[in-house]
Design a binder for this molecule. Sequence first.
Ligand code: PLP
Length: 410
Amino acid sequence: MQKYEKFSTRLVQSLGNKEGAVSPEIVNSAAFAYGTPEIAEGIFSGSINKALYARMGNPTSAQLERVLAAMDGGVGAIATSSGMAATALATLSLLRSGDEIISIGGLFGGTYSFFKETLSRFGVRTHFFDVDALDEIAAAVTARTKIIFLESVGNPNMRLPDIPAIAAIANEEKVALIVDNTITPISIAPLDFGADIVVYSTTKIISGNAAALGGCVVFRAVEEHDKFRGDRYREVHQFIDKMGKTALIANAKKRAMRDFGMSANAQASYLTMLGMETLPLRMERVVKSTQMVALKLYEEGLHVNHPSIPSHPHHIRYIKYFSGGCGTLMSIDFGTKERAFEFLQRSKLVTITANIGDSRTLALHMASTIYRDFNEEERAFLGITDGLVRISIGLENPEDIIADFLEAAQ
Ligand SMILES: *Cc1c(COP(=O)(O)O)cnc(C)c1O
């Protein structure tokens, strides 16, 4: 469990200040004064790195950005108002009408709707594939493909993509790979495996207690011989010429943040950083509990879906790539909606909500809530069965969780 140890030192050390206020400082101002016209000009041209206006970033969120970028090994990051805002920022900054997206696995309901309904209204088409359809994925790349998008753990289908294999396709075809890594870099570091941009919902386990909605996008550095220098990304070239390594950040700020305004606010960034301090500690506990609960319920005959269970189709991949676990999620299929509702009514421990990654154990019946507007074919693709309950394991004693679940499932 070396991963947790590495992050525990780095996180607490980078979140507190050694001089002055120890806790991160909240800068609430929406506007920032420049002092002189020369400095104003420098800030707007990018030659002076100071706060411009809160829509373009603020000092409190900048600290969060530095810490998350460092965790992921990125060149920089942009904090956003939510996880969906992070996905919107990362994708919209690269897209124009007529482009195509290849979306793999998962998929979080909001992301699915964003690709399928919203982006298609603006002329961007998305092709959806299972994580193991590698040949089909490679064959689907066209001159119009701008983004390959995947979730590091399918929410809620718990399928695990082979990220290095998919990154190899993206790099071969010179297409940007964006990974939704809401399970955090403690579980897997997509940039190390060849991804270009990583998006987070910090609302989940990074904050850890439903105190703050937020998101973040982490970017890798643009290199000498880079796919972003290719014809596919002509709009980005002006930023590469001007900013070099940090071109993707400048591109995202100018082509998405400035005009859509999905910026993080200082209060949310502060609360997110408070949560982050204890992330490695919470993660270690929750991963252990999740594996323990999943195995016990499986042995008791419940239809549990979690890759730590040896019969899971991606169990080998789980052991190979997810040595730090794959977050807080598992699912249980109760067969019918009635039986799923009975479980949720009888459990004294679960909080019924759409969130995940909380200190408390959370649960939700999928088909009647998040996926209620999806048709049968879409639900089948995303693994949403009638009796499916998604569980997010919390910090309670795992023995208490097991006892409560077995009682409620009787
Ligand atoms: C929650 C979630 C999102 C969206 O994040 P919000 O902060 O709710 O906007 C995106 N991806 C995954 C995997 C999520 O769990």
